[in-house]
Write a protein that binds this ligand. Sequence first.
Ligand SMILES: Nc1ncnc2c1ncn2[C@@H]1O[C@H](COP(=O)(O)OP(=O)(O)OP(=O)(O)O)[C@@H](O)[C@H]1O
Length: 600
Amino acid sequence: MVEPATESRTQPKALGKMSIVNNVQQQQQQQQAAAPTTAQVNTVTNNSVAGSIPRKSSCVVTVGMMEENRIKQRDMFKVMREKKNALMNQDGGNPNWEFINMIREYQSTIDFRPLVEGQPVDIHQITVCVRKRPLNQKEMTRKEVDVVCIPNKNTLIVHEPKAKVDLTKYLDNQKFRFDYTFDETCSNEMVYMYTAKPLVQAVFEGAMATCFAYGQTGSGKTHTMGGTFNGRSQDSNNGIYGLATRDIFELLQSSKYRSNNLVVSASFYEIYCGNVFDLLSNKNKARVLEDGKKQVQVVGLTEREVYSVEEVQAIISSGTNLRTSGQTAANSNSSRSHAIFSLTLRVKGTTKVHGKFSFIDLAGNERGADTVSENRRTRSESSEINKSLLSLKECIRALGRKKHLPYRGSVLTKVLRDSFIGKNIRTCMIAMIAPGMTSCEHTLNTLRYAYRVKELAVIDPDERVDPEEDLIEGDEPVNGGVHNFNDLEQLRSLNENEMTMELYNQHKAISDLQQKEEEVLDNHQRVNEFLERFLPEAKELYNLTNLVDYDQDAYCKRGEELFTQLAEVANSFKDLMSEFRTKLSQEEMVSQAAKLSHRK
Ligand SMILES: Nc1ncnc2c1ncn2[C@@H]1O[C@H](COP(=O)(O)OP(=O)(O)OP(=O)(O)O)[C@@H](O)[C@H]1O
């Protein structure tokens, strides 16, 4: 993979205000150089005498030439104005006509050879590719400029519009290389063919496969994974989920695998603010636990056996509807949560996993940036997204290397632990980008992230070790704990530019807060259960007193025991609530500090 590099800087030719002024000055100088000197004029007049042509005074000749120059200059300005107007109007009066023209000029030198169906599919343990979506109707109405071009099957160029200090406009053309680059004409089927399809076969051979859709909100993640939209309804047949399902059921019936007696089960859930919500069970909350054998379990998650493509499609549709219901344009839940759809193969009648394919529609990557928001919920969402995307990058990069796998850095990587640890792992990341000029910064961030994922993933196979041996000594699993700060610390040391000390402290404070919240809610549940048992006992005790000769002594003794228990439960829960409140104010203080340092 080629280092993302600034390839060249294209200067406008006779474009831009400054360029036009410079050209005019140059031409004036040339004309002045061509104008005769006084000596030359005198020579001309003397020759006229010799030839008996009527004499003109040198003054008249000079004035005539000056007039001639003025006319030439006027004509030249007129031609330039016409040229400029033609360029401006070429793109329907687009205010960014200068950039459009520079991009057009740059692209006219490219020999475009995009990926076409039928080209061979390369097999990699990790595939990283980029998909550019077309400009949408809204963007076209806004006269957005398309600043991304895909010259061939693995290269992509971003024409970043820039201005110098003297306001001269220029393009910074940045070139990136990935395993595949899909332009705006590529269909979901084509993207599937080169990304997830090769992994389907691998799952039948026992692989743990994952396919991630990464990118900013609105870049096409859900379109690619879930299928094309027609208004609000989605055709799940032609998304990667649906296409992979079709092929899995086909292979299940194939002569090669029929005798394996495999059954498929599906699960669909989302991770929001570090919590897992089951999309197959009305968004019930499931819990992420890690046992002594370092096995991560999502407790309470529905896993449904499925026997046909239609059944899976119904699951995808109802899960997707549940995921997006209630969202508004301004506050889209789907872009703030990660959605994970999995198909697991097991030999019929056993619980052992034969192979698994997980499809992850990640939260919008720009959502991880708002860690200094006034709103605690937004801070928490952003912190979780930020941590999970950094953890994900590091986990993929650590694949197969003798390195600690920082999967406990986020809930996302924790639940996907099996996709990073093991001998038969296949991963594919599709980075989605929007082509518009206003998305340029997000597009470059997406491309840099995707580039970093693959950069270190290209490794010498001899270096591979048994990843089960990777865990650092003493790095014991935390039962029920949401995060492990060693992993967070490792993430920081690997990404110091993206995670300042203040941000690290903030992540830690938010993780602390989340852990305390989980403890409080768990406890609250237990307190409620206790109260449900307590009330009938208290009533029964009270009913004893209806008897004329009830045992007063026994009544008091039992009452003391019962209410001591109640007081203990109440006091301990009250203390836990106070600790939660302390964590809330600690998080607030750390966030204020982060905000101040962000402003500096
Ligand atoms: N390749 C494509 N061709 C045509 N339309 C597309 C393409 N990709 C995305 N779109 C359209 O762009 C819009 C945004 O796409 P989508 O919802 O998939 O984005 P997203 O990245 O999943 O956003 P979010 O993070 O908010 O969920 C949708 O209307 C979708 O139909």
